[in-house]
Design a protein around this ligand. Structure first.
Ligand SMILES: *Cc1c(COP(=O)(O)O)cnc(C)c1O
Length: 222
């Protein structure tokens, strides 16, 4: 069995320099996270608030914690003091809550807006019209404590590579349009978070700047 570090090295060698690797450590124990940490990995992804908080409390403080899952509004307060990037912002109400909790912590929280690109009904996110309307709204423009750094999306879970490629391309196209229309003078609107273990090579070819990889690093989850 290859080690966590060997897995990370193999994945990195497949990625070009500009693409950031988020090691998705959900359900995995601290020992495995520390193995990756000792090899230089600092960005880790979790999808449950309670699990992220307890790992944050027991692991080195220079780890960057990425919230990649669906986030409930009533749980934002637990991660607001330390979270590095929230990937799954899927509604104006959630962003309003993040803005409020960030202000209380006296910080600005970086976020990605999640866009619904998959065919499946269950995946959360804005559609194109909703995100454009929201970014043009006064409500959004008055939010001082959140920093929108880009978009995040998940493709349909399918073996059909053409379908996955189509969905990732639609996310990259929307990113380019929003960059032009809303963020042309904002340099750090620069992140397209797409690609997981099964589809990160397709995602990179479609313009991903950040991949979220779990099983290929830490092994299958139960
Ligand atoms: C679990 C998860 C991943 C990583 O999945 P793998 O297939 O194990 O790489 C990426 N993104 C999100 C949103 C996840 O929930």
């Amino acid at each position: 069995m290859p080690t966590v570090l060997e897995n990370i090295k193999a994945i990195r060698s497949n990625l070009s320099d500009g693409v950031e690797l988020i090691a998705v450590s959900k359900t995995k124990p601290n020992e495995l996270i520390l193995e990756a940490y000792k090899g230089g990995q600092r960005a880790f992804g979790e999808n449950k608030v309670q699990e992220m908080v307890s790992k944050y409390e027991s692991l080195p403080k220079d780890i960057e914690w990425h919230m990649i899952g669906h986030l409930q509004r009533n749980k934002v307060k637990y991660i607001a003091p330390f979270v590095h990037l929230i990937h799954g912002v899927d509604s104006p109400r959630l962003l309003t809550e993040i803005n409020k909790r960030a202000q209380q912590c006296n910080r600005v929280i970086d976020v990605l807006l999640q866009i619904h690109i998959a065919q499946e009904q269950s995946k959360f996110g804005f559609n194109q019209e909703e995100v454009e309307q929201f970014l043009g709204s006064e409500e959004y423009q008055n939010m001082r404590y959140v920093n929108v750094k880009g978009l995040m999306g998940m493709a349909t879970f399918t073996q059909d590579k053409a379908q996955v490629q189509k969905e990732f391309t639609s996310l990259k196209t929307l990113y380019d349009q929003l960059k032009n229309n809303f963020f042309s003078s904002k340099e750090d609107f620069s992140t397209v978070s797409m690609g997981m273990t099964g589809d990160y090579k397709i995602a990179e070819a479609c313009g991903s700047t950040m991949v979220r990889i779990g099983s290929a690093i830490f092994g299958a989850r139960n």
